[in-house]
Write a protein that binds this ligand. Structure first.
Ligand SMILES: [Cu+2]
Length: 364
């Protein structure tokens, strides 16, 4: 619980601000818990162009009375879950093959015990919102199974307790959180551009757990024949892929495992990094490709291309060969090969989740 409050500093600050502004000194609780109330929480936030994805619940903490209902609604291209773990249970690593994670689990009421899960809340699917009625007082943390740093709290107090905030007050706080996320996102983008400019041949992906930037920075990179481009995923939790050529069958999650040979890429065969990023189950944080033939190579992140995560490598014969930019591709490949078998196992059964995601993407 302590951890949430640390990560909830921003929101806590906003509550203090709200108090200073006199918001909470108003008799917010005119409706002293007579009829059960339904409260609304936004799951995820994104800019219109989907470039910035906020891994947040708005509000992050909510105070309700026993008998009240909370409804979460997805508001971002990125999908999320609302998951209450049994007391004392550790967060499991996200597994797109596990229906206990991707599908709804449990009933419509919560008494503070058991495992309840919204399944993947996803725009463009029937599963865009989730409601739970809270029957017993307590402080209940919930998490998003997909995003390791994303959590919220429902404080349930005895029926009839005066509410500290109204829905309108929560809603008024949201724009302040969003403004902060926007700022963080813009800072991440400019830092990524600086890093990429410093390191020739490098393309950066950025995110800090609160915000993920669904863009390759820079979007277009120009190198000489024989040069190496290195993609670096600096996001602390969101995976991406570098996928060149035909996308794998079975939807974006099928791009989990790497394929192709990045040591000498001439565009004739598909090439995929697999998931790269912070999680030790993935395929490292970087991916390097040596381009052996002049041409213009378009690539995507198989997970986030519909959000605009696409890039281009121009291999220009007029450019002097700079001998590549980043790490040696061999060092990456040697790390990848032992994991291929594991990837094959994990890759089984990815199709249903992938199909669902595909549907969501089409609907956007
Ligand atoms: Cu991506």
């Amino acid at each position: 619980m302590q951890k949430i409050f640390e990560r909830g500093r921003l929101l806590a600050g906003l509550f203090v601000l709200a108090a200073l502004l006199g918001l909470s000194s108003r008799p917010a609780s005119a409706a002293v818990g007579a009829a059960p109330t339904t409260w609304h929480v936004q799951a995820g936030w994104a800019t219109k162009d989907q470039a910035l994805q906020g891994m947040v619940f708005l509000p992050k903490e909510i105070w309700v009375d026993a008998g009240d209902t909370v409804t979460w609604t997805i508001r971002s291209g990125e999908f999320h879950t609302i998951t209450f773990l049994p007391r004392g249970e550790q967060r499991p690593p996200f597994n797109p093959n596990d229906p206990k994670q991707t599908q709804r689990q449990g009933g419509s009421t919560y008494d503070g015990t058991g495992y309840l899960n919204s399944g993947l809340l996803m725009l463009g699917t029937p599963n865009t919102s989730y409601s739970l009625t809270f029957t017993k007082p307590g402080d209940y943390q919930y998490i998003c199974l997909v995003h390791t740093m994303m959590s919220g709290v429902v404080h349930v107090r005895p029926a009839g307790t005066a509410y500290p905030y109204t829905q309108a007050q929560y809603d008024q706080q949201a724009p302040m959180v969003i403004a902060r996320l926007h700022e963080e996102g813009n800072r991440l983008i400019s830092q990524a551009h600086q890093t990429a400019a410093r390191n020739k041949g490098e393309v950066v992906m950025a995110g800090n757990g609160d915000v993920a930037v669904m863009r390759f920075l820079p979007r277009t990179i120009r190198v000489g024949v024989g040069d190496t481009v290195t993609w670096v995923n600096q996001d602390v939790e969101t995976p991406h892929t570098i996928t060149l050529g035909k996308e794998p069958e079975g939807g974006p999650l099928a791009a989990f495992a790497p394929y192709g040979d990045p040591r000498a890429y001439d565009g004739s065969k598909p090439l995929n990094s697999g998931f790269i990023g912070a999680d030790p189950h993935w395929f490292g944080k970087t991916f390097s490709v040596t381009f052996t033939r002049a041409g213009t190579y378009h690539y995507i992140c198989a997970l986030h291309d519909e959000m605009g995560m696409r890039g281009t490598v121009v291999v220009d014969p007029a450019m002097p060969n700079a001998g590549g930019g980043g790490t040696s591709p061999e060092s990456h490949i040697s790390g990848v090969l032992p994991l291929l078998a594991l990837a094959g196992l994990l890759g089984l059964g990815l199709i249903p989740a992938g199909v669902a995601t595909r549907r969501a993407r089409r609907a956007r």
